[in-house]
Ligand binder design. Structure first.
Ligand code: GLU
Length: 507
């Protein structure tokens, strides 16, 4: 019988949520939705040294913003809880002990200094990075190298210990990855990973296997960086007697720096001027705060679309997808094996496309908070009229202010050099005449303004093209913006006159 589809995103709440993490969420979510399955979020917080206040809530806030709602989690409940590993501490120990009883794991009493010493002492040309494994373990202090009596005595006297997996010396561990196909590793190359730490907490390796089993996970999807850990996990599934329940594996490709050289990091974002986190993350330890895609003005549907395309396509030319389209078209077997280069310009292009599809009311509601950060008092009715005029020029929600501030705030210290060189009395005269005629204009709209402008130019035998740019500079303060007559129409007569007169005085 086919298993019910149950997939999980298993973040460690240690800081900002990287776009690669959100892509893992998205692919899991899409797979669950298209298979009538469940998408579970499990908080993997067993490493207490990396605990960061607020990081867990932040992950749920990010998923909320993206519209990728879990079916089961700490927040959403479910039958397989608790969904936070630190609340499951008691569950893991018995499995670690079962592994010891079976001879697949052992107690290790080595202090941090002894481990350090091993790394220095056993370093040879052939083995430059000695690890705790079948080559070294008999030289260390553990239940394989010590007598039973010594082990008993150490445990009874309260000596801190960890439990390590005993990796076989030379076994081939193979599995089928849904994206990469057959993968084989030699067990002898993998170290004896710690399964249970001295504080009684499991490590990720033990907890991930136990929880995927107990939570009946059918497919374990995660980033490629976890591939080296897969042999340990596969052996644990086998040793714990759960091989027939093992999920199908899929390791997603890395998201690479724009130049393709290595994994995209938060430092790359800072260096190149783009976000890498979904939402703003303020680190309570360092005080460092980095804006996310949300704060720089991306729409969540565009962000999701960008992530979908970083490692997948539907085998057509289509690039712009809604979440519902992605649910029906996504397929694991079309995920690429190779890393996907992140291209910020392309990311903005996606946002531009999604912005244009918004209704005017939606866009107004989305833009308003960004406008308010610059000008809390902005005229809302004017903003509603301005948005459709400038939206084609905007990639990000933050661009709306840059493209439209001159509607709300009179530009100051305008640089007139683009027009002053070719200025003459005919032009001054043209504007003076046009200003007077504005008073006679019965309809204050873009067409009437344009006609009056053209007629005045013809009447005074001046080329319209020569006075168009000056008018734009006078009204906008620069060489940009939508149709200048649309701008004049929205600014209103009084404001147009003030702006034109002010610049005329300077020329
Ligand atoms: N806790 C791991 C992480 O932080 C999850 C890896 C997995 O999904 O197995 O990414």
């Amino acid at each position: 019988m086919e298993k019910d589809v149950r997939v999980r995103f298993a973040p460690s709440p240690t800081g900002g949520l990287h776009l690669g993490g959100v892509r893992t969420v998205l692919y899991n979510y899409l797979f669950a939705k298209q298979n009538n399955g469940k998408f579970i979020v499990r908080i993997e917080d067993t490493d207490r040294t990396r605990f960061v206040e607020g990081a867990e809530q932040y992950i749920f806030d990010c998923l909320d913003w993206c519209g990728l709602t879990p079916d089961e989690s700490v927040v959403h409940g479910g039958e397989y809880g608790p969904y936070r590993q630190s609340d499951r501490k008691e569950i893991y120990k018995k499995y670690a002990e079962q592994l010891i009883d079976q001879g697949n794991a052992y107690y290790a009493f080595d202090t941090p200094e002894e481990l350090e010493q091993m790394r220095t002492n056993l370093k040879t040309d052939k083995n430059p990075n000695p690890q705790y494994d079948h080559n070294t373990r008999m030289n260390m202090r553990n239940s394989l190298s010590l007598s039973d009596a010594e082990v008993k005595q150490l445990i009874e006297s309260g000596t801190p210990y960890v439990i390590r997996i005993k990796m076989p010396d030379n076994e081939t561990i193979s599995f089928t990855d849904m994206i990469r196909g057959e993968i084989s590793n030699s067990s002898g190359l993998v170290d004896d990973k710690v399964l249970l730490k001295a504080d009684g907490m499991p490590t990720y390796h033990l907890a991930v296997v136990v929880d995927d089993y107990l939570m009946k996970i059918s497919h374990a999807f995660r980033g490629e960086e976890w591939l080296p850990s897969a042999p340990v996990h596969i052996l644990l599934w086998k040793y714990l007697g759960w091989e027939n329940e093992m999920p199908q594996w899929g390791h997603f490709p890395l998201i690479l720096k724009p130049d393709g050289n290595g994994k995209l990091s938060k430092r790359d974002g800072q260096r190149l001027g783009f976000p890498v986190f979904a939402m703003k993350w303020a680190d309570p330890g360092t005080g460092e705060a980095l804006d996310g895609f949300k704060e720089v003005g991306f729409l969540p549907e565009a962000f999701v679309n960008i992530l979908a395309m970083l490692g997948w396509n539907d085998n057509t030319e289509q690039e712009v997808f809604s979440l519902n389209e992605l649910i029906s078209k996504f397929s694991i077997d079309r995920i690429h094996k190779g890393g996907a280069k992140f291209d910020y310009e392309k990311a903005k292009w996606f946002n531009h496309k999604h912005l244009q599809e918004k209704t005017e009311t939606d866009l107004y509601n989305l833009v308003l908070p960004f406008i308010h950060t610059h000008s809390p008092e902005v005229d809302n009715e004017l903003l509603k009229k301005v948005i459709p005029l400038v939206k084609e020029r905007c990639n990000l929600l933050t661009d709306f202010w840059d493209q439209s501030h001159f509607f709300f705030v009179r530009p100051e210290n305008i640089d007139t050099t683009p027009i002053s060189g070719k200025w003459d009395d005919d032009k001054t005269n043209f504007f003076k005449v046009w200003l007077t005629k504005l008073d006679e204009l019965t309809n204050w709209d873009a067409d009437s303004l344009e006609n009056l402008f053209t007629d005045t130019a013809t009447e005074l035998s001046i080329k319209k093209g020569q006075v168009m740019l000056p008018l734009r500079i006078m009204l906008v303060g620069g060489k940009y913006g939508p149709n200048v007559m649309d701008i004049a129409a929205l600014l209103g007569k009084k404001e147009v006159k003030v702006r034109v007169e002010c610049i005329l005085e300077q020329l």
